[in-house]
Ligand binder design. Structure first.
Ligand code: MG
Length: 367
C-alpha cells in the first residue's frame, strides 16, 4: 500500500521537511541535499534485514554502511569515535551526508556524528520506531551518554530531512509501538486535544502500522513538536508565559527518575505515561487542575496500553534523582504542568507535601 506522503515543514535555522506515509522510502533521495556523492548509513546490527533494500534506494551514490550496536549501547564516545574513523578512512567531505536508519538511540548517535564531523555535515533521519518518529528524529537534538549520565554530551544539529515510513513499524514489537504512543498522548495534553479524541474514539488494537489513525496520530505529534521547536530553537524559553521547548518535557522529570530507578529497563514511553499522570496529580494539588482532566490522563494513557500506576521505588529515591535532573535550576524543582487542557505553564518549587502526595496517588499510597 502506498499513499500520498504528508510533508510537514519545520521552520528551523535551516528549514527542512518531515515526510510521513506508508511505503514512502523512495522519497529518501529527494531529502538529501543536492550534490551529495557519498552517504554513510548509520544503522544498528539488528536492522541488517532492512539494509540491502534500503541501500538500493541510494543506487549511483557511494554508500558506506556503519553498523553500530543496538539501542543505548551505541550512544557512547567509543562508537562515535569508530564512526569518525570510518568517515576519515572514506575521506568524507562537507558535501557528503549521513543517513540514520534506526530508533532514537541511532538518530541521536548518528546526528551527533554528523554534527561533529567537519563541524557538521548533512544528516537525514529515517526513524524505525514510533518514538523516534515523533520525538528523537525531529528537533535537532543529538547526543551521546557518558558515565555521569544520559545525553550529557551533544549538540543541536538540525537534519536536512526526516523520512517517517510507517511500513517500517510492521516488524516492531507491539509493546514498542504502544510505548511510542506515550509521547503522542503527551502531545495531546500539551497542545493538540484532537489527539486525545482520536485515542478515545479508536479501538486500541486498531492502531496498527497500516492504520490511517496511527498515521494521523504520528503526524499530529510531529506537528506539535515542529511548532514548539520552531518557536524555541535552542531551548532558551517561550513567549507569553508558554514554557517554550521545555513543554516537550511534560511528564519527563519523574519519568527520568523512574527510568533511572529501573536501571532503564522500563520503556521511555511507559515512564512518560507515569510521569504525565504524576504531573496531572501534582497540578491538581498545586494549581487546581480539574479532577476530570486528571482522570482523562489516566484514561488516555491507559487506553493505549500504557501503565498509570507504579510503585517500583520509594518517593525519597525518586525525589533525590529529580533534584539533580538537568531541568532543575539551582535546587528548585521545575515541572511543566497544565492549568487547563493544552495550556501548559511552569510550576517552580512545589511543596514537598504536594510532590509526595501526588506520588502516593500514582503508587497506590507508597510514599
Ligand atoms: Mg521523551
Amino acid at each position: 500500500m502506498t499513499d500520498q506522503p504528508t510533508v510537514i515543514p519545520v521552520t528551523a535555522a535551516g528549514p527542512y521537511d518531515v515526510v510521513v506515509g506508508h511505503g514512502v522510502l523512495d522519497r529518501l533521495r529527494g531529502l538529501l541535499p543536492a550534490g551529495v556523492q557519498r552517504v554513510a548509513i548509520i544503522t544498528p546490527e539488528s536492522l541488517e534485514d532492512l539494509l540491502e533494500p534500503f541501500a538500493d534506494l541510494l543506487e549511483g551514490l557511494d554508500v558506506v554502511v556503519l553498523q553500530v550496536p543496538d539501542g543505548e549501547e551505541a550512544k557512547n564516545w567509543e562508537v562515535a569515535a569508530a564512526c569518525w574513523e570510518s568517515l576519515g578512512e572514506e575521506g568524507f567531505t562537507r558535501s557528503d551526508a549521513v543517513v540514520t536508519l534506526g530508533g532514537g538511540a541511532t538518530t541521536d548517535l548518528g546526528g551527533f556524528v554528523a554534527a561533529t564531523w567537519l563541524r557538521g555535515v548533512a544528516v537525514v533521519h529515517v526513524p524505525t520506531t514510533v518514538l523516534a518518529m515523533v520525538d528523537a528524529a525531529v528537533g535537532g537534538k543529538t547526543g551521546i551518554n557518558t558515565p555521569a549520565g544520559k545525553n550529557l554530551v551533544g549538540s543541536f544539529h538540525e537534519p536536512a530531512g526526516v523520512l517517517c515510513d510507517l511500513a517500517l513499524l510492521e516488524t516492531l514489537p507491539r509493546a514498542e509501538v504502544v510505548a511510542g504512543l506515550g509521547e503522542v498522548v503527551k502531545c495531546g495534553f500539551i497542545a493538540d486535544p484532537r489527539i486525545l479524541e482520536l485515542v478515545e474514539e479508536t479501538e486500541p488494537d486498531a492502531l496498527t502500522p497500516d492504520s490511517p489513525v496511527l498515521r494521523e496520530l504520528v503526524e499530529r505529534a510531529i506537528r506539535v513538536k515542529a511548532d514548539v521547536v520552531a518557536g524555541d530553537l535552542k531551548e532558551t524559553g517561550g513567549v507569553d508565559g508558554h514554557p517554550g521547548r521545555e513543554v516537550l518535557n511534560y511528564g519527563h522529570t519523574l519519568a527520568h527518575a523512574i527510568e533511572k530507578a529501573t536501571d532503564y529497563s522500563i520503556r521511555h514511553g511507559e515512564a512518560v505515561a507515569l510521569g504525565c499522570v504524576y504531573v496531572a496529580e501534582l497540578a491538581a494539588r498545586a494549581g487546581g487542575l480539574s479532577p476530570e482532566l486528571v482522570a482523562r490522563h489516566r484514561a488516555a494513557f491507559g487506553r493505549v496500553g500504557l501503565p498509570t500506576t507504579w510503585n517500583g521505588a520509594d518517593f525519597d529515591t525518586l525525589l533525590a534523582t529529580m533534584r539533580v535532573d538537568k531541568k532543575a535550576r539551582g535546587n528548585q524543582l521545575r515541572f511543566v504542568v497544565l492549568e487547563d487542557l493544552a495550556r501548559p505553564v511552569v510550576l517552580a518549587g512545589p511543596s514537598e507535601d504536594d510532590l509526595r502526595s501526588a506520588y502516593a496517588a500514582i503508587s497506590g499510597g507508597a510514599a
